[in-house]
Design a protein around this ligand. Structure first.
Ligand SMILES: Nc1ncnc2c1ncn2[C@@H]1O[C@H](COP(=O)(O)OP(=O)(O)OP(=O)(O)O)[C@@H](O)[C@H]1O
Length: 330
């Protein structure tokens, strides 16, 4: 490596570009995971025959990145002129979105058969707005392809769904996230311990954006990225800490369970909803009797619902621990 190369590889935390942008995949082959989807998208590109597409799935798994990669592969350097990215929940309203679609579809073409409109958060549209969108899709279908992105396909009206090839993105596997984390750490010349990688994968919970942001934030903290830094930076509790809280409750020691909850909220900086999520994710891995797991899950369902409805988080979590502790008495 030349001196200049070495300098370029030197991370300058705080000044560097945001890594989720810097490492945004440029080609479909660079998208990690989604082995059941990417080959089919490549096929469309190779055949130069793109249908309207709908991507449904959770945040940070590559729906936008795949759409942009399609555009880059079809249009090369011209991709920005031929790819319009819009957000359906645009504060200015659906009329602005519709006008921009119309202007884009009507403006002159640089020798391509069609252009692509990527509409993010399509499930934010009311059904009336979706019906209007459907008409717009039809009106411009001779020279425009839509890629609609949403979290839940069930929120999209049937007439739109039936006009699209629907692809369901899932949370990314641990392997896919690990591969990307290691690749970025190598390129940036950052030392990450194995337990640091495991912690990033755990904290990300299938969301690549979270993993990459976690890695970048942890890299700013010091020389080596390890488990401790990752858990601190991502406001994630170690699975053992969550388990210890439940153990205390099940053993009937409510005071210790409550103190453990206090630590998670105050020391670790978790929000009540994060505690629920972590309990839910880890419940089956706790070393507790199956009946206790079943009861925990049943109560978690209730508490989650109440919190979503606006109930006080701490009160609900304490009530959950109290219920587990009381069962010990029965
Ligand atoms: N499968 C993946 N392979 C490689 N990088 C990925 C992948 N998924 C996401 N990323 C990284 O995470 C960033 C965010 O992903 P993207 O914008 O595609 O998420 P999304 O699925 O569209 O979610 P949202 O609906 O929240 O926008 C990308 O810029 C990229 O750096």
């Amino acid at each position: 490596m030349s001196e200049a190369d070495a300098e370029a590889a030197e991370p300058t935390p705080g000044k560097t570009e945001v890594w989720i942008e810097k490492y945004r995949p440029e080609r479909l082959d660079e998208i990690k995971g989604h082995e059941n989807i990417i080959p089919r998208l490549k096929n469309y590109v190779e055949q130069d025959d793109l249908p309207h597409i709908m991507f449904a799935g959770p945040a940070g798994v590559g729906k936008t990145a795949s759409s942009q990669a399609i555009a880059r592969e079809i249009y090369g350097d011209d991709w920005r002129e031929n790819f319009l990215e819009l957000n359906a929940s645009d504060q200015r309203g659906i009329d602005v979105v519709r006008d921009r679609i119309k202007d884009f579809a009507r403006s002159s073409f640089g020798g391509y058969n069609y252009r692509i409109i990527f509409l993010d958060e399509a499930d934010a549209l009311t059904s009336d707005a979706q019906s209007a969108l459907r008409r717009t899709m039809e009106q411009f279908s001779n020279n425009t392809r839509f890629i609609l992105s949403c979290n839940y396909s069930s929120q999209i009206i049937d007439p739109i769904q039936s006009r699209c090839a629907v692809f369901r993105f899932t949370e990314l596997t641990d392997d896919a996230i690990e591969a990307q984390v290691r690749e970025i750490a190598d390129t940036e010349g950052i030392a990450v311990t194995d337990d640091g990688v495991d912690a990033l994968v755990y904290a990300a919970d299938g969301d690549m954006r979270k993993a990459i942001n976690g890695l970048q934030a942890a890299a700013v903290m010091g020389e080596t990225v390890d488990e401790e830094t990752v858990f601190a930076i991502t406001s994630t509790a170690r699975p053992e800490e969550v388990e210890a809280m439940v153990d205390h409750a099940i053993a009937g020691d409510f005071t210790a369970a409550r103190a453990a909850l206090e630590d998670l909220l105050m020391e670790r900086g978790l929000a009540g909803g994060d505690v629920i999520d972590q309990l839910h994710r880890s419940a089956w891995e706790f070393d507790i009797p199956e009946q206790a797991t079943v009861r925990l899950l049943e109560r978690l369902g209730e508490v989650d619902y109440r919190i979503t409805e606006g109930a006080n988080e701490r009160l609900q979590l304490e009530a959950l621990l109290a219920a587990l502790a009381l069962e010990n008495d029965e």
